[in-house]
Design a protein around this ligand. Structure first.
Ligand SMILES: *Cc1c(COP(=O)(O)O)cnc(C)c1O
Length: 404
């Protein structure tokens, strides 16, 4: 049996919606994209949503709208995807890495605070030496779909006068609360800007796509302008009957707008977001039950007071109890038809950042330790019971066979 790492859940509704768009004669950004933005903002519970062609573009626009300048600093987790830090480098600004919380693999909030303190006091931090530029933002990323406590992040950010941009690529829907007595807070509601991904294997997909959401009118307007060549806001009317051939260029912007073809897919997927989420929960619960008493792996740690998106189901191999390493384990899964992945090699270990900052792997010990043990197992809506059984049986057998 072959089990892919991911299989997108695209049905007749999506095919019908895209076909209708194709027949409509309007393919690029238009009414469907405006609808998608409005519906997305409503779903998250924020005022503005700007549709773009990737989450990376959304992160880039978020930092641009906040006015990030060359030589300034942005705090980012080392345990994240390339995009979270590369967008800082687009400005010739400096990403300041923070280690992972070993339980959640999200950024460690104590280290976030101690790093901001060190930067303010002009004390050395890993990879950097004073004098420092101004610290402008922190980008928390919700690893695998489980949210960071954004109230805590916001408190720290306020104390140091830095903005918060969520990398929400893994989260839809997701929420958290402080305790049982406080209301649920959705992803996107406690940051200056939150950036979502609609890449093929994310919670909902448009093939490629992304969305930046914010309650701030000024940031929304700047992101909208910069997403389309820096054309003044009325340029968007070109896409409506009220449109005209006239526009003004107010800045050298980018070409990040989302097509109506993609938005047709996005609207349909957004309608199905709860259904897709429930199916991911089903798969996650079954894995958690199956591995509850497995001593040779650590399943994902679920915090109380979280609604987890379950974009990823990452296990950590207890490699000191095994006679194979993580790479060999993934190879053995592959030989049995199972595609697994790793999220991620920490960014401070990637050649580009090693060259730039001279990091040693141990400088962020939690990320370094986790990375050597991490395996992301297949999880996707529509995963069959037989497929999941094959994964569970194979993982259990391999762990037994290779136990020391
Ligand atoms: C997928 C991903 C992104 C980038 O999303 P794109 O839409 O492909 O640009 C950013 N951050 C994280 C954590 C991701 O997993």
């Amino acid at each position: 049996m072959q089990v892919p790492f991911f299989r997108p859940s695209v049905g007749e509704a999506e095919i019908e919606a895209v076909t209708q768009c194709l027949r409509s004669g309007w393919l690029t950004t238009g009414r469907l994209t405006k609808d998608f933005e409005a519906r997305f903002a409503e779903t998250i519970g924020v005022k503005h949503a700007v549709a773009v062609n990737s989450c990376t573009a959304a992160l880039h626009l978020a930092l641009e709208s906040l006015g990030l300048q060359r030589g300034e600093l942005v705090v980012v987790p080392t345990m994240t995807f390339a995009a979270t830090a590369e967008v800082v480098r687009y400005f010739d600004a400096t990403p300041v890495f923070v280690d992972a919380d070993p339980r959640t693999l999200c950024l460690d909030l104590q280290q976030l605070e101690s790093t901001l303190s060190a930067l303010r006091a002009e004390r050395p931090v890993a990879g950097l030496k004073p004098p420092y530029g101004r610290v402008r933002a922190v980008i928390p990323m919700h690893y695998g779909g489980q949210m960071v406590d954004l109230d805590a992040v916001a408190r720290i950010a306020r104390a140091f006068d830095v903005a918060v941009v969520e990398d929400a690529a893994h989260t839809l829907p997701a929420s958290y609360r402080t305790d049982e007595t406080t209301p649920w807070i959705s992803v996107g509601q406690r940051s200056d800007v939150a950036c979502f991904s609609f890449y093929a294997n994310k919670c909902i997909t448009t093939g490629e796509g992304g969305m930046a959401v914010t309650d701030r009118e000024d940031l929304a307007e700047r992101m909208r302008i910069m997403s389309l060549h820096g054309m003044s806001k009325d340029a968007w009317k070109r896409f409506t009957n009220a449109g005209s051939w006239q526009y003004e260029i107010v800045a050298p912007g980018f070409k990040y707008n989302l097509t109506d073809i993609a938005s047709a897919l996005g609207l349909t997927q957004l309608n199905r977001a709860q259904e897709l989420w429930r199916d991911r929960i089903r798969v996650a619960r079954r894995y958690l039950d199956a591995f509850a008493n497995e001593p040779n792996l650590l399943p994902p740690v679920e915090l109380a007071n979280r609604q987890h998106s379950w974009h990823l189901f990452q296990i950590q191999l207890q490699t000191e109890r095994l006679n194979i390493d993580r790479a060999e384990f993934i190879q053995e899964l592959k030989e049995r038809g199972i595609s697994a992945s790793v999220h991620w090699m920490p960014l401070h270990m990637q050649p580009y950042y090693v060259k730039l900052f001279g990091y040693a792997p141990e400088e962020f010990p939690n990320a370094n330790a986790a990375w050597q043990r991490l395996v992301s197992l297949p999880i996707f809506p529509g995963m069959t019971e037989a497929e999941q059984e094959h994964v569970i049986d194979t993982v259990s057998q391999l762990l037994k066979r290779h136990a020391r």
